[in-house]
Design a protein around this ligand. Structure first.
Ligand code: AHR
Length: 502
């Protein structure tokens, strides 16, 4: 028999308004994310700008809101000037970060205009590895400057009269990482971020600037890095970045399923550190988190140290995801929604081909990986207010995080329509769970309008180009017990439950 779990919801118990930038994604110049991913001029579906329409349609269905660009590690060696102006005049460069030849056929204008056509908000990163304050000033003027200066007029000549009005800017990428081109100590980086941020805010005070936090919670300087950096650039920045990638380590699938517990602790630590710096500054300013890289990534399979292999690879980090990975991605999204009070932006890394929900074949098809589905359903159905869920239920034991709740859930509510949407994951590898939703605070007229499930008898089933619909969301079954919806959640499953409260 399935163990029982209950969640209690009340319209008065809120975490805060849903930040739709939590449904962000990431496009890096990293092998097939751009070239033969979003952009492939010879493809039968290519538009007049060379971008794939079939991929664009899947992106629209996925529903990301904000897209970070152009890196990632790539940005730390990138000269943005290489990517603007007539394409035939652009240089071909060696990208040292990923050992690739960069043709520069896609650059800032192509990316920003593609975002405009797809109604996506761009988030740009400036190079603080090999470049600095001056390049950031020039890129900012090129992108957001009003016509009438040489740099802004260059953009006009390149075909875009109006400033793009990009609001979110990352001050470098993973500057603590020894692998990063031009990596820095926190003292060096904190000062550079402060100087770059200061001048960018002279241009426009309303810009939202992201300082680099640690590359992961596992970095030896995690915590100290955030403190040292924020102590130096607290007044100039608005957000601090966080990056997290998860995978089963040494076959420990149960801990992997509980990865959101790591995300929760990670966010709590960064918030505590940022608030400590605010206290020292005698300031009420709340530095927000930009979780601008997160996903499942089988890093152990990626031989980053094997430079010759990386150089030779036509494609890189094209992980294929199974049902269990989709449940983890769904659960990570649940945790991000639960953190809407302090996480302002989150970008799944990446969008196409490279650790991505969407895959393509050059000249061929495009298909949805398993992880596409929890992202698309959450982005489509999450409502404007995130509710605090009072959950009671069994615990599971994990080697990595100790005891964690078997049920992981969040609820969102739309006051206008009365729609209540609950996202839930059963994180057990072995045991089903009977979930009862006690939402009587919303009245007694509850009805279940839709229940969709990601689950399969084989938790390691994948989608492929040949079987793109092997894993899709399927209808779940929910009964009403005394006005309380009750559903059985199989092991390793993720759910979207839509309820009408009137
Ligand atoms: O997303 C892949 C890489 O992971 C990014 O380039 C880098 O920022 C991170 O280490």
């Amino acid at each position: 028999m399935a163990a029982a779990a209950t969640i209690r919801l009340d319209p008065e118990f809120t975490i805060g308004p849903l930040r739709r930038r939590l449904f962000g994604s990431f496009v890096e110049h990293l092998r097939r994310c751009v070239y033969t991913g979003i952009y492939e001029p010879d493809h039968p579906t290519a538009d007049e700008h060379g971008f794939r329409r079939d991929v664009a349609e899947l992106i629209t269905e996925l529903g990301p809101t904000i897209i970070r660009y152009p890196g990632g590690n790539f940005v730390s060696g990138y000269d943005w000037r290489d990517g603007v102006g007539p394409v035939d005049d652009r240089p071909t460069r060696l990208d040292f970060a990923w050992n690739a030849v960069e043709p520069n056929a896609v650059g800032t204008d192509e990316f920003l205009q593609w975002c405009g056509r797809l109604h996506l908000e761009p988030m740009l990163a400036v190079n603080l590895g090999t470049a600095g304050v001056r390049e950031a000033m020039e890129l900012l003027q090129y992108v957001n400057g009003r016509p009438g200066t040489t740099i802004a007029d260059e953009r006009v000549r390149n075909g875009h009269r109006e400033p793009y009005g990009v609001r979110f800017w990352c001050l470098g990428n993973e500057m603590d990482g020894p692998w990063q081109i031009g990596s820095k100590t926190p003292q060096e980086y904190g000062r550079l971020a402060a100087e770059t941020g200061r001048v960018m805010k002279m241009f426009d005070r309303s810009l939202q600037l992201v300082a680099c936090g640690s590359s992961s919670r596992g970095m030896p300087t995690f915590g100290t890095w955030e403190r040292e950096v924020l102590e130096r650039c607290f007044d100039q920045v608005d957000l601090i970045s966080a990056h997290a990638y998860y995978e089963p380590v040494d076959g420990d699938h149960q801990s992997f399923l509980a990865s959101a517990e790591d995300l929760r602790r990670f966010i709590a630590s960064v918030v505590a550190t940022a608030d400590h710096v605010a206290a020292v500054h005698k300031s009420d300013k709340q530095i927000m988190i930009s979780f601008d890289e997160w996903n499942v990534w089988f890093r152990q399979r990626f031989a980053a140290h094997d430079v010759e292999r990386v150089k030779a690879a036509r494609d890189l980090i094209e992980d294929s995801y199974d049902v269990q990975d989709a449940v983890v991605v769904g659960s990570l999204l649940i945790e991000l929604l639960r953190s809407t009070d302090r996480v302002a932006v989150a970008c799944q890394a990446q969008l196409v081909n490279v650790i991505a929900p969407i895959m393509t074949r050059p000249g061929g098809g495009a298909w949805r990986q398993t992880i596409f589905h929890p992202f698309a359903l959450t982005a489509r159905h999450a409502k404007p207010m995130v509710l605090d869920v009072a959950a009671k239920g069994p615990m599971i034991t994990t080697d990595r995080y100790g005891a964690v709740d078997q049920l992981h859930s969040v609820a969102t509510y739309d006051e206008q329509t009365g729609e209540l949407v609950i996202f839930a994951a059963n994180r057990s590898r072995a045991d089903p769970l009977e979930l009862t939703i006690d939402a009587l605070g919303f009245g007694s007229q509850l009805t279940v309008t839709e229940h969709l499930v990601i689950n399969d008898a084989d938790p390691h089933a994948h989608n492929t180009e040949e079987t793109p619909a092997r894993i899709v969301p399927l209808p779940g079954t929910t009964r009403l017990d005394n006005g309380r919806p009750t559903a059985v959640l199989p092991p390793v499953s993720w759910h979207c439950l839509r309820l009408a409260t009137r």
